[in-house]
Design a binder for this molecule. Structure first.
Ligand code: TYM
Length: 330
């Protein structure tokens, strides 16, 4: 079976609707066919300083949300990045194959700096650690949202460069980015992506928001002065975003939604989108509550998955280790 790796940062108590529709929904679908590894990338989250107790809680909650969303630990490997030290080691080996200018071209880093995030070197080398996450599992496919595309390109470049020196070291992965849902937009500013760090409270739907808040946020979503409900990202970004959210969650093609809403108003669309989101998140939220009631079981799943991940990661790392001329243990 082909392999998958993907991950999310534990930077908040709740994932948001963009994480869900852009990534988690696809993770769950793909685990049927692929040998999937899904990581809580806690080392990446250290690029922003967080209270230790808060980080611990968020790592558990992020893992729990993978499970609540449908990741099945019997089928997929759920791992915690910091429990598999091979990630940091490979990150160094890859850093020594990364040109400074190449790392310096990463737009997400520049965006974060431009928005005032303080720049530690970890934030700068973050895409190299991400490449290590992926390459360590011989991943063929990486299901992510549109915002990760450039990081995936870097990962491929690094894999090809290392393979050029030492053929057969890495599998060169492909990004798996689903058109439409790969970029869920901020409800208040539908030309910007929904983002934990940049969206306003009203602009972002947390998966753990209660139904009233979800409804309020969707009803206040920014649209446009027209009346027509049709998908047109450039002319009607707000309405298009609502159609994408509806379509992805209700598994209804956008063209069919356009037909169903003919002659209806934005209020009707918002009301129905709110219903669809609330209905989809209800079972998610109740599963989340059950999972969080048993943190010991959660820790057990994370540890078992990380141990399993380490078995794969150590073999792949070993290939490069030897190729580079680092001495073997005897
Ligand atoms: P992170 O934690 O910011 O986001 C997790 C996933 O959610 C997707 N996403 C979105 N999709 C659609 N619309 C949005 N508005 C939206 N916002 C976020 C992201 O594309 C991502 O798939 N660097 C990564 C984490 C990472 C990783 C990896 C991912 C570390 N190592 C290895 C894949 C493979 C990140 O910060 O994602």
């Amino acid at each position: 079976r082909q392999r998958i790796f993907s991950g999310m940062q534990p930077t908040s108590d709740s994932l948001h609707l963009g994480n869900y529709l852009g990534a988690l929904v696809n993770w769950v679908a793909l685990q049927e066919e692929y040998d999937a590894f899904y990581g809580v990338v806690d080392l990446h989250a250290l690029t922003v300083q967080t209270e230790p107790a808060v980080l611990r809680e968020r790592s558990r909650r992020t893992a729990a949300q993978y499970l609540a969303g449908g990741v099945d630990p019997a089928r997929s490997t759920l791992m915690l990045q910091s429990m598999v030290p091979e990630h940091t080691e490979l990150s160094w080996l890859l850093a020594c194959h990364t040109a400074f200018g190449e790392a310096n071209r990463m737009t997400q880093f520049k965006d974060k700096i431009a928005k005032g995030q303080s720049a530690n070197v970890g934030l700068f080398t973050y895409p190299i650690l991400m490449a290590a996450d992926i390459l360590l599992y011989d991943a063929d496919l990486v299901p992510v949202g549109e915002d990760q595309r450039q990081h995936l390109e870097l990962t491929r470049d690094l894999a090809e460069r290392v393979n050029g020196r030492f053929p057969g070291t890495f599998v060169v992965p492909d990004a798996y980015i689903v058109k439409g849902s790969a970029k869920i937009m901020d409800l208040q500013d539908p030309t910007a992506k929904m983002s934990k760090s940049l969206s306003s409270d009203l602009g972002l739907i947390d998966l753990l928001d209660d139904p009233k808040r979800i409804t309020k946020k969707i009803k206040s979503a920014v649209t446009d002065p027209e009346r027509e409900i049709r998908y047109d990202v450039d002319a009607k970004p707000g309405v298009s975003n609502l159609l994408v959210i509806h379509s992805t969650l209700s598994a209804t093609p956008i063209a069919e939604l356009e037909r169903a809403f003919e002659g209806k108003g934005y209020g009707d669309l918002k009301g129905e989108v709110a219903e669809v989101v609330v209905a989809a998140l209800e079972p998610f939220q109740s599963r989340m509550a059950e999972l969080m009631a048993d943190p010991a079981e959660l820790d057990r799943i994370i540890t078992a998955g990380s141990d399993k991940a380490r078995e794969v990661a150590s073999v792949v790392l070993g290939r490069l280790h030897d190729a580079l001329g680092l001495l073997p243990r005897v």
